[in-house]
Design a protein around this ligand. Structure first.
Ligand SMILES: Cc1cc2c(cc1C)N(C[C@H](O)[C@H](O)[C@H](O)COP(=O)(O)O)c1[nH]c(=O)[nH]c(=O)c1N2
Length: 221
């Protein structure tokens, strides 16, 4: 066998990465109260900070929330928003929606808001000159890095987006030029589900990959 180059992944390293990808779950209901050690939190934040970003803008900030009062304020807004959301679905969908657990704000030992500073590196940004949303997408890359690193650390992450942006800004004192990207609940978990909860609870199935891959041009409707 050819000698591995230093920058190549061994098969075990490759498998470990895929394991993190395929076993990552959105966690809302299985948080344990035990605290997350600071060094673990630092490692996953460092993973987020090593995400790609347009023009190397690094437009993110990480607001680490452990104050139960702040969490309760956000949770109160979730309760309002989720009632509004339930009303947007009809019949059986509405009652299924209402039975789903869609956040773990108060149970998770850490809540984390990832934000985007749209002015971080001046008005003209390499790579964002023609597609201005690229800074927002960069922050989502940071979220995904953190989500995968957390999985490898045995920590669950749940993304909560059933919130009013103004209420979130108010609760966290986020200034106007900063965009809240993700509100995450984070902590040790009793277990990771094998499949997305929205699938196991009958909300929606994973689509077949072959239906989503096009060759050379758009081949859908
Ligand atoms: C941008 C964004 C926003 C949200 C989510 C995800 C993403 C990417 N998801 C989680 C979502 O339901 C979940 O990712 C899918 O159901 C797939 O499940 P796994 O993440 O594979 O477990 C999510 N889940 C939830 O219970 N409440 C929420 O508000 C949200 N919001």
């Amino acid at each position: 066998m050819a000698e591995e180059k230093d920058d190549a992944f061994t098969p075990a390293e490759r498998d470990a990465l895929y394991k993190a990808i395929f076993s990552r779950r959105d966690v809302r209901g299985q948080f344990r109260p035990d605290p997350v050690p600071d060094e673990v939190l630092t490692r996953i934040l460092l993973a987020a900070h090593h995400a790609p970003s347009v023009g190397f803008m690094q437009p993110w900030n990480f607001i680490v929330i452990t104050d139960q009062e702040v969490k309760s304020r956000i949770h109160a807004d979730f309760t309002r928003a989720t009632e509004e959301a339930a009303a947007m679905f009809e019949g059986e969908r509405r009652s299924l929606y209402s039975r789903l657990k869609l956040e773990g704000i108060r149970e998770a030992p850490i809540n984390l808001c990832i934000t985007c500073d749209r002015e971080r590196s001046g008005p003209v940004v390499l790579g964002r000159t023609h597609m201005p949303a690229m800074d927002l997408y960069s922050c989502v890359c940071a979220v995904q890095n953190l989500w995968l690193a957390a999985r490898a650390e045995g920590l669950g992450v749940g993304w909560v987006s059933i919130l009013h942006e103004d209420a979130l800004r108010d609760a966290l004192g986020i200034p106007e030029r900063i965009v809240p990207i993700a509100y995450l609940c984070l902590g040790h978990v009793t277990h990771f589900e094998a499949t997305p909860e929205l699938e196991s609870k009958g909300w929606r199935k994973r689509l077949p990959l072959e239906d989503l891959v096009f060759r050379d041009r758009w081949q859908g409707e």
